[in-house]
Each structure stands twice: as structure tokens, then as C-alpha cells.
Design a protein around this ligand. Structure first.
Ligand SMILES: Cc1ncc(C[n+]2csc(CCOP(=O)(O)OP(=O)(O)O)c2C)c(N)n1
Ligand SMILES: [Mg+2]
Length: 272
């Protein structure tokens, strides 16, 4: 099977490039959120290179599927995906977080093609995605809306208001993916303000629920491409913060830790 026809292999290849490129951006800027970049990259690569309908040359194409990056701090993951998808040239990535760059620490739709909405203050992605999905439902449009949140992020109550409304309206065009890496900024989610059992919470809010290995492109592809049912869909993607670099995995300190030269070289040796 050629790579072009083997979607999981193509997604894995894109995800590897995204990890390496995002880590170089963080290293050069000495700023960023690499732990949350690396837990989300396989999910985002699957959406952009296996699932979503979009045209990078026409970013506002009316029928495009919408992706809302609610965990807006993970810009290394989002910007490398948008670049690989063709929204802007690679040399823009070299400006990450520099003065007057369009690639800020948090995404800005006024600067960067492909960004659906500004995020960074946590807790807003699902409410915005809800509004977009309601508009789609009201107008009979057939695009889908995908919202990616962190797990610590959903301690914000705004998500649960949006979840209630989506469940009550049977918004079958809305998919909420939770990057379930079990860590937030400085500690574990369960020791901060526990979320388990998340699946039961979603079911109680009238959502269909699926669990998936958030680092397995084939499994992600299957669950994210599944035809919509009658209700909104929540996907709990079990992930590892810092996935792919041994000394970063499952370490809260890499939430916004940045590498020195030796750590950067070590990571590049592992990310092959
Ligand atoms: C409203 C708000 N409060 C606090 C922050 C600071 N902050 C940025 S990321 C983060 C932790 C988020 O954890 P999680 O959602 O689990 O993200 P991930 O583990 O995927 O990086 C916090 C507290 C913020 N951006 N917005
Ligand atoms: Mg988390």
C-alpha cells in the first residue's frame, strides 16, 4: 500500500513532522507549552489529514468543517498543523512569538488564516463551537464542528452549560474531543478537581460517548470519521502529556517547560 493510500501512516508522518517542528519553535522562542502540544498532535493531525473537509486556499469556504482549538495554549500543535495543511508558508513558523509575528502565544483569527476563533482564556471553545453548530443546524448546512479541549480546562463551568444545551438540542453536527492527559498546569486533574467518571457525565448530558487511544491514528481515524448519530458526540482521547520524548512524558513541569540545547538535541534524536 502506498503512503498516499494509507491514511494512518500519512497521519503518523505528519504528526512526527509537527512534533519536531513545534519543539524547534519552542526551543527558538524559549516560550511555549510543549507538553500539551505533544498530547494533542496526533488528534489534530488526524483531523486535518484524515477527517476534515477544508480548502486552505479558501480559508472561509462556507461549507468547511470547523476546528476550534479550545486549549489555545498548545499553539505548537495548531500552527504546525495549519502550516502542513497549506494555510501559510513554513517560514512563518520561524516567527513564533517574536514581536509583530502573526503566530502569537495564543491563536488569533484576525492574523492567521485557518484559525476559527481566538482562544487562550480556557473555557470558551465549546460555547463558541456550540453557537457554530446551532447555526449549521438552523440553516441545514452539512458541515461538522470539532472542538478540542484540555481535560483540566473543563473544570471551567462554561463547558457544562454548553454541553447541556448541545444535548438538549440534539446537535449531531458537534463533536467534542477531550485531550485526557490527566495533567493540568502544575498537577494532576484528579488531585486538583477530579473529573472522573467523565463518560458518565457526558451520557447524563445526552451525548454519545466514545473512548480512544489519542495517539493511535488508525483508532482516531475510525472514531472521528464515524457517521453522526442523533446526538452530539464526546470523544475521550486518552493521551500522554509530552508524548514522544521520554524525559517529558507525564511530567507536569513540561506544561510550559522549555528545552535547553542538550534537551533539544536529545528530543530530536528520539523524534524519528
Ligand atoms: C481561564 C484560564 N485560566 C487559567 C489559564 C492558565 N492556563 C493555561 S493552560 C492551563 C492548564 C490547562 O490544563 P489542560 O486543560 O489539562 O491542558 P493540557 O494538559 O492539554 O495542556 C492553565 C491553568 C488560562 N489560560 N485560562
Ligand atoms: Mg490536561
Amino acid at each position: 500500500m502506498t503512503l498516499q493510500n494509507d491514511k494512518p501512516a500519512l497521519i503518523a508522518q505528519k504528526a512526527l513532522w509537527m512534533r519536531r517542528r513545534a519543539f524547534k519553535m519552542v526551543f527558538d522562542a524559549q516560550l511555549g507549552h510543549p507538553g500539551g502540544d505533544f498530547s494533542a498532535i496526533d488528534i489534530i493531525a488526524t483531523l486535518y489529514f484524515g477527517v476534515m473537509n477544508y480548502d486552505a486556499k479558501t480559508p472561509n469556504m462556507p461549507g468547511r468543517d470547523r476546528f476550534i482549538m479550545s486549549k489555545g495554549h498548545a499553539t505548537g500543535a495548531l500552527y504546525t498543523a495549519l502550516c502542513a495543511a497549506g494555510y501559510f508558508p513554513e517560514d512563518w513558523l520561524d516567527t513564533y512569538m517574536k514581536p509583530r509575528s502573526m503566530l502569537n502565544g495564543h491563536p488569533n483569527r484576525n492574523y492567521l488564516p485557518g484559525v476559527e476563533t481566538n482562544t487562550g482564556p480556557l473555557g470558551h471553545g465549546l460555547p463558541v463551537g456550540l453557537g457554530i453548530a446551532i447555526a449549521g443546524q438552523m440553516t441545514g448546512a452539512d458541515f461538522r464542528t470539532f472542538v478540542l479541549t484540555g481535560d483540566g480546562e473543563i473544570q471551567e463551568g462554561s463547558h457544562w452549560e454548553a454541553a447541556m444545551t448541545a444535548g438538549n438540542r440534539g446537535l449531531r453536527n458537534l463533536t467534542w474531543i477531550v485531550d485526557r492527559n490527566r495533567l493540568q498546569q502544575g498537577a494532576g486533574t484528579e488531585e486538583t478537581n477530579g473529573l472522573d467518571p467523565l463518560d458518565k457525565k457526558f451520557e447524563a448530558f445526552n451525548w454519545d460517548v466514545a473512548m480512544v487511544d489519542g495517539h493511535d491514528p488508525a483508532a482516531l481515524l475510525e472514531v472521528l470519521s464515524a457517521p453522526a448519530g442523533d446526538r452530539p458526540r464526546a470523544i475521550i482521547a486518552n493521551t500522554t502529556k509530552g508524548k514522544g520524548v521520554s524525559f517529558m512524558e507525564n511530567k507536569a513541569s513540561w506544561h510550559h517547560g522549555v528545552p535547553n540545547a542538550e534537551q533539544f538535541d536529545l528530543a530530536m534524536k528520539e523524534l524519528v
